[in-house]
Design a protein around this ligand. Structure first.
Ligand code: ATP
Ligand code: MG
Length: 550
């Protein structure tokens, strides 16, 4: 975390609480994902906040799976969530599950029933919804509201025992049918669902509603600062009411603005649609805003943490430009990526005064950003090279500092060359260019006295290896896809371009643990689809922000 920035409002609260010894000096936060999808960059904000607060104030953070909805949850999601949190660089204190509290939550419900503060209702869902009234009209009680405590207890027990079918009964809190807060109008606490749960199996056929489980779980764990997103502000009075009437630990909830970003969607429901409809390769498709997608794309944990730190924590909703995330990864990779040469759109260059059959080994440092360069690699050089097609122009403007007839450039880590001639095919496409090199101009031992303005990258033709390179663009064409009637209709058809590239041979040693800067072409990472037969690289991000201008 950046120590220089001012405190965010949650840090202010914690510092005040520590001063007044409100929680006995304890700071215990939690990250409470529902295991119904993979984590996305919005979750990263919540993770960095919760774990960051604990780190900063000598506290701890629990990982609690809010697994109250058996139908949409899966262990695959549990595993991916744990992996992603660790990968981001955080370690939780305890791994907990709301389902571990099912018995306790049941007892809490019984406490409320005994106090006359909860009742079972057999009205069908439409009736219940209608009887709740509208924000301007109070609700009206259903006949169930006046049922006796004994009968409520009996039926609730029978619900648990499996005597009833799905939806036949619900348990509701008895609060205030005229409350201006609709969440306080006798909200549902339990519903019947004969469904197999990924952890409790078939032990339960009634499941607590999220609103009944969430606050109580914080309370059971004695979470000191329960941080969540703004949409839960209207739920807070209900959480406080439940905690007070059950008589358990008072966890306090604080709400911050969720992360929204341009050109993407950030809800698991929508991301799941993209996966299920096969509009992307999967949850970890490098175009997805998921942590796993960003990882596969080549984002680093440090860049994501830096992003979360920069966007800050506030109480007002806003929309963050996707370019900021790209800026952060560029900053990080500039410091850490190893430099390599790859030609994405090849044109053949022949050095006419370099003897045929001759070759030599040149040296390039791995990382010019650190002292010592993190070692070096060998780069074979020969008479025939691949260069980038757009590094040559037949009729170049004055400020074109690359190759054109009569002009000189330096070949990176190699020699100065001059373009003497070129060849075209019958369609006017340039097929080969012919250059001469200056033998005294070798990088590192240049005695030629020549000054050239441009440096271009290259790969030796006989030594070049091939790789599949995947170039990505925004997944959506519009800034706010979720605002469209059908967000899927705004997918960018050109979000993925696959090309074959020539790469320098040392890239055969590439691994997924680091990023690579293909000089002048951007930052790349080895993709998991790579095999002994074929290397696949993903472009993480270009060297500059090309999008901001559009
Ligand atoms: P989604 O709406 O994307 O499905 P969710 O809120 O249902 O997300 P949960 O698994 O319930 O997902 O979220 C776990 C935690 O992450 C919650 O505390 C939630 O507030 C937080 N969170 C989810 N989305 C964001 C976001 N975009 N920005 C910040 N925090 C988020
Ligand atoms: Mg949720």
């Amino acid at each position: 975390m950046n120590e220089e920035r001012s405190l965010n409002f949650i840090e202010e609260i914690i510092e005040a609480d520590l001063k007044s010894n409100k929680h006995g000096g304890r700071v215990l936060t939690r990250f409470p994902p529902e295991p119904n999808g993979y984590l996305h960059i919005g979750h990263a904000k919540s993770i960095c906040l919760n774990f960051g607060l604990a780190d900063k104030y000598g506290g701890k953070t629990n990982l609690r799976f809010d697994d109250t909805n058996p139908l949409s949850e899966d262990v695959e999601y549990v595993d991916s969530i744990k992996y992603d949190i660790n990968w981001l660089g955080f370690e939780w204190e305890e791994e907990l599950y709301t389902s571990d509290y099912f018995e306790k939550l049941y007892e809490f419900a019984v406490i409320l029933i005994n106090k006359g503060l909860a009742y079972v209702d057999e009205s069908d869902p439409d009736e219940i919804a209608k009887a709740k009234g509208t924000p301007t009209e109070p609700g009206i009680p259903t006949p169930a509201r006046s049922r006796s405590v004994e009968e409520n207890l009996r039926i609730f027990r029978e619900m648990r025992e499996g005597k009833y079918k799905d939806g036949e009964w619900v348990l509701r809190a008895k609060i205030d049918l005229a409350s201006p807060n609709m969440h306080m109008r006798d909200p549902l606490l339990y519903r019947i669902k004969h469904a197999h749960h990924h952890r409790t199996g078939d032990e339960w056929c009634i499941y607590p509603m999220y609103d009944f489980a969430h606050g109580q779980s914080d309370s059971i764990e004695e979470i000191t600062h329960s941080v969540c997103t703004l949409e839960f502000v209207p739920h807070r009075p209900l959480y406080d009411w439940l905690i007070e009437n059950i008589g358990i630990y008072e966890s306090r909830q604080y709400e911050f603005a969720r992360l929204n970003m341009t050109y993407t969607v950030m809800s698991k429901r929508r991301l799941l649609q993209l996966v299920n409809d096969k509009l992307v390769e999967g949850w970890d498709d490098p175009r997805m805003p998921t942590i796993s997608g960003l990882r596969r794309r080549g984002y680093t944990p440090a860049s994501i943490r830096d992003f979360c730190d920069r966007i800050g924590v506030a109480k007002r909703e806003n929309k963050i430009d996707f370019s900021l995330l790209e800026f952060c990864v560029r900053e990080d990779l500039n410091k850490t990526a190893w430099r390599r040469m790859a030609v994405l759109d090849p044109l053949k260059l022949i050095i006419t005064n370099y003897p045929e059959g001759q070759e030599e080994v040149l040296i390039g440092e791995n990382n010019p950003e650190v002292e010592g360069g993190e070692g070096q690699r060998e780069i074979p050089f020969s008479r025939e090279l691949w260069i980038e097609r757009d590094d040559f122009l037949e009729d170049a403007p004055r400020k074109f500092f690359r190759l054109s007839p009569g002009k000189q450039v330096r070949l990176k880590h190699a020699y100065i060359i001059q373009c003497d001639d070129f060849k075209k095919d019958e369609n006017g496409n340039i097929t080969e260019i012919y250059c001469s090199y200056v033998p005294e101009s070798k990088s590192g031992e240049d005695t030629s006295g020549l000054k050239v303005k441009g440096t271009i990258h290259w790969v030796s033709v006989p030594h070049a290896k091939t790789a599949e390179v995947r170039l990505y663009d925004r997944l959506f064409q519009v800034e706010d896809p979720a605002a469209e009637p059908d967000f899927k209709s705004t997918l960018n058809p050109d979000s993925l371009t696959i090309i074959d590239a020539f790469i320098e041979p040392d890239l055969l040693n590439a691994d997924t643990k680091r990023g690579y800067q293909f000089i002048r072409k951007g930052y790349f990472t080895l993709d998991k689809l790579s095999s002994d037969e074929k290397l696949v690289f993903n472009r993480t991000v270009g060297l500059r922000d090309n999008w901001a201008k559009k």
